[in-house]
Write a protein that binds this ligand. Structure first.
Ligand SMILES: NC(=O)c1ccc[n+]([C@@H]2O[C@H](COP(=O)([O-])OP(=O)(O)OC[C@H]3O[C@@H](n4cnc5c(N)ncnc54)[C@H](O)[C@@H]3O)[C@@H](O)[C@H]2O)c1
Length: 272
């Protein structure tokens, strides 16, 4: 991880979806930089473990069981943050999902895929941003980073509903950034490329089943690596730490004049 200790010592950060994958790496990155980290996730056992790891680094952290699709649950997340740490400086909207048919073509997706991905990725991000909106304006500073995807810029026929939801996250980010810029609040996205987290393990499995001619008898990991070879000009996978570094950078003083951006971390998978 890059060293951001000067930027985040004592700052209060919420990371949603921080029980695994990119959210976990981001939460640990902030903890490593001395921030007080609220680990917010639906998964209590895994989330509590991440929070414990941060405390072992010598930094404060709490786990708050949170469902970002539920406004009451988000209110509880904010209340617990303020009662524990008295403040909030940074919100990272990382919780995300792809629904049960991620890895299928357009005609094989169902309403449940569109509804689930919009509910978590778009509505969840909206709810969390809304929950901090007045507070950030009143205090005169704040950083919001939303996790989108390169699929939100390029589209991808194997994940159509997910791509569309991430395009909406990018647009939501631009809208909010314009609105909050006069109040010294930065709102940006990170657009990850391909990282082998639980979401990709499921996607790799499904793609192997859906496209056997392209991925004959391949394990989810082999399907993932075949996609790296096909889609990523730098020919290497991205890591959760790569994404965490980008999130921390966008929240740092060095990025104070960066807002409304959707920063790709994808080894060149979207080159224009
Ligand atoms: N892994 C990739 O290649 C990749 C690429 C592009 C974008 N992304 C995005 O990055 C983010 C993190 O993905 P990841 O790869 O770490 O996935 P992951 O599945 O490992 O982690 C997602 C986390 O979000 C949590 N979550 C899901 N629904 C939630 C809800 N309603 N409320 C609270 N928490 C909830 C899960 O419990 C899980 O801990 C997601 O928004 C994902 O769409 C990932």
């Amino acid at each position: 991880m890059a060293d951001f200790r000067d930027d985040f010592e004592g700052k209060v950060v919420i990371v949603t979806g921080a029980a695994s994958g990119l959210g976990e790496a981001t939460a640990l990155g902030f903890g490593n930089a001395g921030a007080k980290v609220v680990v917010a996730d639906k998964k209590a056992e895994e989330g509590s473990k991440v929070s414990s790891k941060i405390k072992e680094m010598g930094t404060d952290s709490i786990f708050v069981e949170t469902d970002v699709t539920c406004e009451d649950s988000i209110k509880n997340m904010i209340d617990k943050t303020l009662s524990s740490f008295g403040d909030l400086d940074i919100l990272v909207n990382n919780a995300g999902t792809g629904g049960p048919h991620l890895g299928n073509p357009f005609t094989r997706t169902e309403a449940i895929d569109w509804d689930t991905s919009y509910k978590v990725n778009v509505r969840g991000t909206f709810y969390c941003c809304k929950a901090v909106y007045d507070m950030f304006i009143k205090q005169g500073h704040g950083k919001i980073v939303n996790l989108a995807s390169i699929a939100g810029k390029t589209g991808d026929p194997t994940i159509p509903h997910y791509s569309a939801s991430k395009a909406a996250v990018i647009n939501l980010t631009q809208n909010l950034a314009r609105e909050l810029a006069p109040y010294n609040i930065n709102v940006n996205c990170v657009c990850p490329g391909l990282i082998y987290t639980p979401i990709w393990k499921g996607l790799g499995y499904m793609m192997g089943k859906t496209y056997p001619e392209q991925f004959p008898n391949m394990s989810p990991r082999e399907v993932f690596l075949a996609n790296i070879d096909k889609l990523v000009p730098m020919k290497r996978e991205q890591t959760a730490e790569d994404i965490a570094n980008a999130v921390l950078f966008l929240c740092s003083e060095a990025a104070k004049n960066i807002t409304a951006q959707a920063l790709n971390v994808c080894g060149g998978a979207e080159i224009k």
